[in-house]
Ligand binder design. Structure first.
Ligand code: AHR
Length: 324
């Protein structure tokens, strides 16, 4: 079949779908809230837990959810937002994979009169006022908590020089930028602290393993600390450390972020020293905010959940089930 013919059939199918969607939308009751949500992907246990929480909370609040998974691609998120606009959803929410590149599509949402909520991550736009609010963790505070833990640990062990490798999250994403900034600010005044290298692990387990292999080949036993921006990359890095003949948790201090069940279990086994919590449970705030926007009520511009830190400074065995 020729490409042009194939494309024509595909286009017709999309138009039929949109037409179908349109009539379904017209039949919906005026009271019903339809929320379009564009998720980044399924890169981590955190992300999967976040999607599940949003689905469960939408059901609990009686909100109809159009959920699209962008498979880690910004262009897929932009396409999804355009579909939400075409479908005339009441509220759009999305977790932006990176901070830049959203101006055009968000202007289209604004022109269509559809309020937009940022979930989990922030954006940077040239035009002000394209979104209503951000519901997500304080990533900078998470980085500070990680850095402050390291200062305490270095004191407790009496370390004179501390060589750190950092495996960062997706380049140009809010958690990557802010977890790095918070950590660097927290250790800045301490002359014992040296960053050997920061390397992009893209929040993926496979990349965490690759990065760790490279770091071990390059710096070997000079590495004192692995600061990893999420559990997934940490869990990828740990077997590499062990394969290289080191014991994580004692030969190297391991610091992670998220607090998913698997990482907490490893913390309990002593192979991770510190896990800063980042809760994926943002669904309740999202639903309540969407309902307020539908009712024309004001919403808080910034909603941060309260987060904890789990470390080997206290008995980690008492940490309860995490739920993600
Ligand atoms: O934006 C939150 C981060 O994204 C989580 O730390 C990470 O696990 C996820 O992929």
């Amino acid at each position: 079949m020729k490409l042009g013919k194939r494309y024509g059939i595909l286009l017709a199918a999309v138009m039929l779908l949109l037409a179908g969607c349109g009539s379904a939308r017209e039949e919906a009751s005026d009271q019903e809230l339809l929320l379009g949500f564009s998720q980044i992907g399924s890169e981590s246990a955190w992300r999967i837990g976040n999607t599940k929480d949003i689905e469960e909370q939408a059901a609990a609040y009686g909100i109809s959810l159009m959920l699209e998974n962008a498979n880690q691609k910004q262009e897929n998120q932009i396409d999804a937002i355009r579909r939400f606009i075409a479908y005339k959803v009441d509220v759009i929410a999305f977790s932006p994979i990176v901070e830049e590149g959203w101006d055009n599509v968000l202007r289209e949402a604004k022109e269509a009169g559809i309020p937009v909520i940022l979930v989990d991550r922030d954006i940077s736009t040239e035009t002000e006022g394209l979104t209503t609010c951000l519901i997500g963790a304080d990533f900078y505070a998470e980085g500070v908590m990680a850095g402050e833990y390291l200062l305490r640990k270095a004191d407790a062990l009496g370390l004179e020089q501390v060589n750190i490798v950092e495996i960062t999250g997706t380049e140009n994403s809010t958690p990557m930028r802010q977890r790095q900034a918070g950590f660097l600010d927290a250790i800045a005044g301490d002359e014992r602290m040296h960053i050997l290298e920061s390397i992009d692990g893209d929040f993926l387990k496979s990349r965490g393993a690759e990065c760790m292999r490279y770091l071990l080949e390059t710096y070997g036993e000079d590495i004192d600390v692995v600061y990893s921006h999420n559990d997934e990359m940490t869990l990828g890095a740990l077997p590499e450390i062990e394969n290289a003949g080191f014991t994580p948790g004692s030969d190297m201090i391991i610091i992670s972020i998220d607090g998913g069940q698997e990482a907490i279990d490893v913390l309990k086994s002593g192979r991770i020293n510190c896990v800063v919590e980042c809760t994926p449970k943002l669904g309740k705030e999202l639903m309540e905010t969407a309902l307020k926007l539908q009712a024309g009520e004001p919403v808080d511009a910034l909603i941060h959940p309260t987060e904890a830190i789990f470390t080997d400074e206290t008995d980690p065995q008492s940490i309860g089930p995490r739920g993600y």
